[in-house]
Design a protein around this ligand. Structure first.
Ligand code: NDP
Ligand code: 2IT
Length: 445
């Protein structure tokens, strides 16, 4: 434990003002105590300080012209965090809150998540503080082209493979891919994932994170002998992850009673009409308040934070980081919720997470729950390499198997290191062990 504490101090000193990154590092490293007792070789290799330092960190200028002819400037980032088990892999986030501390927290989480998938992908992440909201189609296109003009030299099918995240969906991936192809003059489909189905995308990738999250929940419930059907769920967010988690949850007989966006939330006790929600949010890019206008059984409430006042069996935060703080965690526990399933990356503060675990809540941690997205990205890469594509049923079956395996490996690691059934510790340990062994086998890097 001394080594872990000392390393954390050093990492805090080296990375001041990167709050989210330090939060993510603490969350993982503090669960590794029993691992370091059993494996003195990890301390000898100073593995923690090596893991907390990105292999490479790129920041670049993105200048683009808006519709009024003014030149706008944003910062672009790509952090190639850890390539020990495969090419760097992870999404791009376009959101005004983006700075290096956010990209590093996401890249750090991605290392362990990607290791858990069982597929050969390293950890990376990128993005920009560009705000796509309120921008015209032409402005989004000009931004994406300018972003790729710098990024292209750093990526490649065997080097680093970006994909989507908040604010980056099929539209942006298409524009980024077009620019990459224009610059490189080559159809390297495997350079980006989340592509459209007509130019190298994989079936199920769009649905994969949400569907995978519910496959993971199914496995958690099966393992604990609890019936899933008839349970109620609250899902924060109404983006890619939230929508397809809601769709699969509804298919499995779960009643989704509330969803949100950054302006507010809707409660619909009769169960969210997911097709209507997808049509409003994904197809027409409307605000969630429109849902209540079209659905008499629903009510709209201003402010995103109030969603956690809605009583439910399963809480599924699928919006963004630090959505659930200690106050909201107390409310969630007091309302009788028994399961917290993290669809978003780090949606729970470390204090709230401790409170959940101390109060017997069963937590599905983000790096396990939302790994279906990046897993299906890796399946997209595999199909691109083969110049072949699998059917929806084939990809879906592989995704399901991957999610079940992640649950099994997390349980095994948790039990082996004395945590009982603790998926939070188990996922951290299983992901860590794979990467640590690969790093040590490759010498000092
Ligand atoms: P989207 O951009 O599609 O959706 C994000 C949703 O969260 C929107 O409904 C957005 O509302 C809402 N939101 C509320 N507050 C915030 C805030 N402060 N910042 C950003 N969004 C906010 O993103 P995704 O669904 O792709 O991602 C959601 C989460 O899942 C993120 O944590 C992401 O890292 C994670 N994730 C995504 C994967 C993927 O494949 N896409 C894979 C694994 C994890 P509004 O529309 O008002 O902005
Ligand atoms: O956080 C994530 O795992 C993602 N945004 C998906 C990354 C990917 O490469 O598909």
């Amino acid at each position: 434990m001394d080594y872990i504490k000392k390393s954390l101090e050093q990492i805090r000193e080296n990375n001041p003002h990167e709050e989210e990154f330090l939060q993510a590092v603490e969350e993982v490293f503090l669960s590794l105590g029993p691992v370091f007792e059993k494996h003195p070789e990890f301390e000898k290799a100073n593995i923690l300080q090596r893991m907390a330092e990105p292999e490479r960190q790129i920041k670049f200028r993105v200048s683009w012209e808006d519709d009024n002819g003014n030149v706008q400037v944003n910062s672009g980032y790509r952090v190639q965090f850890n390539g020990a088990i495969g090419p760097y892999k992870g999404g791009l986030r376009f959101h005004p809150s983006v700075y290096i501390g956010i990209i590093k927290f996401l890249g750090f989480e991605q290392i362990f998540k990607n290791a858990l998938t069982g597929l050969p992908i390293g950890g990376g992440k990128g993005g920009s503080n560009f705000n796509p909201k309120g921008k015209s189609e032409n402005e989004v296109r000009r931004f994406c082209e300018a972003f790729m003009k710098e990024l292209y030299r750093h990526i490649g099918p065997n080097v680093d493979v970006p994909a989507g995240d908040i604010g980056v969906g099929a539209r942006e991936i298409g524009l980024l891919y077009g620019e990459y192809r224009r610059i490189s003059g080559s159809f390297d489909a495997g350079v980006l994932t989340g592509k459209g189905l007509t130019y190298g995308g994989s079936l199920v990738r769009k649905e994969a994170t949400g569907f995978g999250a519910i496959y993971f929940v199914e496995e958690m419930f099966r393992y604990n002998n609890i019936k899933l059907e008839g349970k109620t769920a609250v899902i924060s967010g109404s983006g890619n992850v939230a929508l397809y988690a809601a769709k699969k949850a509804t298919e499995k007989g779960i009643r989704v009673i509330a969803m949100s966006d950054s302006d507010g939330y809707v409660v619909d006790e009769s169960g969210i009409d997911v097709d209507l929600m997808i049509n409003l949010k994904e197809v027409n890019r409307k605000r969630i308040s429109e849902y209540a206008k079209e659905r008499p059984s629903a009510t709209y409430h201003e402010g995103w934070e109030g969603i956690w006042d809605t009583v439910c069996d399963i809480a599924l935060p699928c919006a963004t980081q630090n959505d659930i703080d200690i106050e909201k965690a107390k409310k969630i526990v007091a309302a009788g919720t028994k399961f917290v399933i993290e669809g978003a990356n780090m949606p729970t503060t470390n204090e709230a997470m401790r409170y959940f675990l101390d109060n017997g809540i069963i937590v599905g941690p983000a790096k396990a729950v939302n790994a279906g997205g990046v897993s299906t990205s890796a399946l997209e890469m595999a199909q691109n390499s083969m110049k072949y594509s699998w059917t929806f049923e084939e990809v879906d079956a592989k995704l399901k198997e991957i999610m079940v395996n992640i649950h099994t490996h997390s349980v095994e690691a948790s039990e082996e290191y004395g945590y009982g059934y603790n998926l939070v510790a188990g996922a951290n340990i299983a992901g860590f062990l794979k990467v640590a062994h690969a790093m040590i086998a490759q010498g000092i890097y």
